[in-house]
Each structure stands twice: as structure tokens, then as C-alpha cells.
Design a protein around this ligand. Structure first.
Ligand code: ISE
Length: 337
């Protein structure tokens, strides 16, 4: 079976997904593309044989030539589009965030539960990164005993102009929140945010970097450095500390160069570069899941839980202490996997 995918949003991520789906994923065809900016959609569509451009994203969702939908449009459109997919009974992969507000994400969870079938996947691609997968396998195989602490580093070279301080939490730290939940298989209970001295290279009053502390149900602590104007490149690291040892995810495997009495290795340009393989695996798994009528990857519940943690993180920016992460009770639909 060839899954016919409709892609909504052809900005940086959407265009990248179209390219990956067309060149590196089996069993799929991009059949329709939509973007607010029709010229941008056209520019992406000319590279994809047989893809139609539809100006109305809701028409794309309901189009008979679309089996599944990939949502990569502006965050503010996610809730409406994912709800439309649920109404149409079509599987959807939504880039993070599932919705910008906890209430919006909860509405998606409740709608999916009413339908009785998991159709929503959320684009937390790190779950497919070979390095993160190895860390999780090491933990599961009890290589380091019980986990105690997690140290995370999340650096971008430069932020988009006008990025608000809250964007460091909702756009970047949110990936770490998902990693904490997925790796440790626990919920986040509280988030604290500290604002260290800001880089003088950051314009417009944004606090950058931030230092975020995350607590989980069992009392495990994760510290997260988020620094989105680190200048030198994109870098994500984590070290899980356990009773007998640690699992360190540093840079992706690569050749280390030695020359002229120095050692060097490459730093990624941005997240598409660093996580290219993770995106490819995520998209392949999603497409294979659609063909097998199975939801794969992060679920709507995961998207909801990450949004609630991010909302607490944004509140913690203005609070002197920890902010609780209060989740609704997890519906049975999300018990497995
Ligand atoms: C970006 O929006 C992403 O989602 C990347 O994965 C993340 O690492 C980056 O910090 C965000 O700006």
C-alpha cells in the first residue's frame, strides 16, 4: 500500500519533511500540499511529481486523495487542524507543540478518546535518534542501575529574530520535557526556571540562556541548560546518572580529525542537520504505522503532557520557586506503548 500524505505548512520543517518523505521514506507519496503562502507551497510542490497544491488546509484534510496528514504549519493552527483530522478519521503527525495551550491539547486528547482510536502522533523526533534510543536501551538493560539525575544541554546557534523568553521553553526546552518523560517513563511533577546572566549578544530583552530544573514522580531531577544564541552551532547533549555509572550522549558519531597539532570534530548547523536520521526514522515509522492502522511515536497524551510541562515552565519564568505540573488522569486509550 502506498500511503498518500497531505502536508500542511511548507516553512522550514514542512519543506524538509516533504523532501525526506519524497527521497528517503518507503511506501509513501506526497499527494497534496497546502500553505498560507501559495507561492511557497508551489515552490515545494514542483519538486514532487503528482502533488497538488490546495489553498484551503481543511479541504486538504478532507480530500479523498489524502490518507494521512502531516501538520507543520504555524503553532496557532495545530489544534484546529488536528481536530479536523480526527473528525475525518485520518491519522495525523503534528509537529510540536500539539497545541499552544494545555486546554487546547486536552481538547485533542478528549476528542481522540471519544473516537476510541489513536490517530494522533506528535513530532518529538528525538525518540527516533539512534543516540537517545541507545541511552534508553542502556537504562532498560540496567547498565547503570536505577537512574538518579539527568543533565541536559540544548543549544542553538542563533534564535529567530524576536524570540520571546517564553519561546526558549515552548520551542526548545519542550523537547527536553519529552525526553525526560520518554526516557524515564515517569511524569514531570514540577518545573523551576532560573535566569542566569544573559548573553550580551542577545537583542531585545530576551533572557538567554535559561537554567531549568525538572522534577519527576519518583523524585528524579533533570537540569536543562537552554541557550539559543550560543553562536558556535547547534548542540544537544544529555548524561543520565545512575547508581553504577552514567550514559552520556555527546555528539553524534563522526570522524575526529587530528592535524596541525590539534583535534577537531564538526558541530551541527541546526536541528535538521543534527536530527536528520531521527526525522527520517520518525517519518518512516509513522508511514508504516498508517499502513498497518497503528499509531506510532509520541501520542496525543505525550503532546498534552509536554504542553502542560511547558506551560508550567513559562509560569516558572515569573515565579521565585517551582511550579507544579498538574495533569488530568491518563485515559486508558494511552495505557499501552
Ligand atoms: C526548534 O523549533 C526545534 O524544534 C528544535 O528541535 C529545537 O532543538 C530548537 O531549539 C527549536 O528552536
Amino acid at each position: 500500500m502506498t500511503v498518500r500524505v497531505g502536508v500542511i505548512g511548507t516553512g522550514i520543517m514542512g519543506a524538509d519533511h516533504v523532501r525526506t518523505l519524497t527521497t528517503s521514506v518507503a511506501g509513501v507519496r506526497v499527494s497534496a500540499i497546502s500553505d498560507l503562502d501559495e507561492q511557497r507551497a508551489q515552490a515545494v510542490a514542483v519538486e514532487v511529481p503528482g502533488a497538488r497544491v490546495l489553498s484551503d488546509p481543511l479541504a486538504l484534510v478532507h480530500d479523498a486523495g489524502v490518507d494521512a496528514v502531516l501538520v507543520a504549519s504555524a503553532d496557532s493552527t495545530h489544534e484546529e487542524l488536528v481536530l479536523a483530522c480526527l473528525e475525518a478519521g485520518k491519522p495525523v503527525l503534528c509537529e510540536k507543540p500539539l497545541a499552544p495551550t494545555s486546554d487546547g491539547a486536552l481538547r485533542i486528547v478528549e476528542t481522540e478518546v471519544r473516537g476510541g482510536r489513536r490517530l494522533v502522533s506528535v513530532g518529538f523526533m528525538r525518540r527516533y535518534d539512534p543516540g537517545y534510543v541507545d541511552v534508553k536501551a542502556g537504562l532498560r538493560d540496567k547498565v547503570i542501575g536505577a537512574p538518579l539525575m539527568l543533565h541536559c544541554v540544548h543549544r542553538n546557534g542563533f534564535s529567530a529574530p524576536g524570540t520571546a523568553t517564553s519561546g526558549l521553553i515552548t520551542g526548545s526546552a519542550v523537547h527536553e520535557f519529552d525526553v525526560v518523560r520518554w526516557l524515564l517513563e515517569e511524569e514531570i511533577t514540577r518545573v523551576t526556571v532560573h535566569r542566569p546572566r544573559s548573553s550580551s549578544l542577545v537583542v531585545g530583552g530576551t533572557s538567554d540562556p535559561l537554567f531549568v530544573l525538572v522534577e519527576t514522580t519518583s523524585g528524579l531531577l533533570a537540569d536543562v541548560e537552554v541557550f539559543v544564541n550560543a553562536q558556535y552551532g547547534y548542540e544537544v547533549r544529555c548524561e543520565l546518572v545512575g547508581e553504577y555509572g552514567t550514559l552520556l550522549l555527546d555528539e553524534p558519531e563522526q570522524v575526529r580529525r587530528r592535524s596541525s597539532r590539534s583535534r577537531s570534530s564538526r558541530v551541527s548547523l541546526d536541528w535538521r542537520d543534527r536530527f536528520a536520521e531521527a526525522y527520517r526514522r520518525e517519518l518512516q515509522d509513522w508511514v508504516s504505522g498508517v499502513a498497518a492502522a497503528e499509531q506510532r511515536g509520541a501520542s496525543a497524551w505525550d503532546g498534552y503532557a509536554a504542553t502542560v510541562a511547558a506551560t508550567a515552565g513559562v509560569a516558572a519564568l515569573e515565579s521565585a520557586g517551582p511550579v507544579p505540573v498538574d495533569l488530568e488522569k491518563r485515559p486508558d486509550l494511552y495505557e499501552s506503548r
